[in-house]
Design a protein around this ligand. Structure first.
Ligand SMILES: [Zn+2]
Ligand SMILES: [Zn+2]
Length: 190
């Protein structure tokens, strides 16, 4: 399997954006390779999400409609897989536990930088971003179900079995797909 991937900053203008994008691309390439997936990753110029989809709340700025934001990314005139990252949170009131979104069979995903935690260590956040992208990519390529917390697969939920959710949970997750998911994704067994 060889994927053509565009990493797209979508309303993503944090201070060290270029460094962050470079690191995310590097980690992602490694994670894909270790799963037996070849990829060309290209970092694109920033695009702005439609202002109608962004709302300023007291303590944060959120995307009001995740699904429309994903449709916007999918509609960009870019070939291949469109992996977008935004600095904003996903619709907070509705789904405070959403870090990233994608839909099975669609070549687009969107993850939220703000939802990845507030570490000073840029690498740590970028590793979380790359792991989240691997998870959403699994959905993109057709996996619908999650595994429960603790299972060794990228398709484990970030929420643990007690319903606890935190970005630190991502640190305990793997970026590798299990044999079962590899079969579904039709990537060679390892
Ligand atoms: Zn998921
Ligand atoms: Zn799995």
């Amino acid at each position: 399997m060889r994927l053509k991937i565009s990493l797209i900053p979508a309303s993503f203008s944090i201070e060290n954006r270029d460094a962050a994008l470079g690191k995310i691309a590097d980690y992602l390439e490694t994670y894909l390779q270790e799963n037996g997936i070849e990829a060309n990753i290209e970092i694109k110029e920033e695009v702005k999400l439609p202002t109608g989809l962004i709302k300023k709340l007291k303590h944060s700025t959120v995307i009001t409609d995740d699904e429309s934001a994903l449709e916007f990314i999918e509609g960009l005139q870019i070939d291949g897989q469109k992996f977008a990252i935004t600095q904003y949170k996903m619709s907070d009131e509705v789904s405070p536990k959403v870090i990233g979104i994608s839909s099975p069979g669609r070549p687009a995903l969107l993850i939220s930088w703000e939802s990845l935690g507030k570490e000073n260590d840029l690498d740590k956040i970028c590793i979380r971003a790359a792991k989240e992208i691997m998870h959403e990519l699994g959905h993109n390529l057709g996996i619908i179900e999650h595994h429960t917390w603790g299972y060794e697969c990228a398709m484990v939920e970030t929420e643990d079995n007690l319903g606890n959710f935190s970005p630190e949970n991502i640190d305990k997750k793997t970026y590798k797909f299990c044999q079962d998911c590899r079969e579904k994704l039709k990537i060679p067994q390892q």
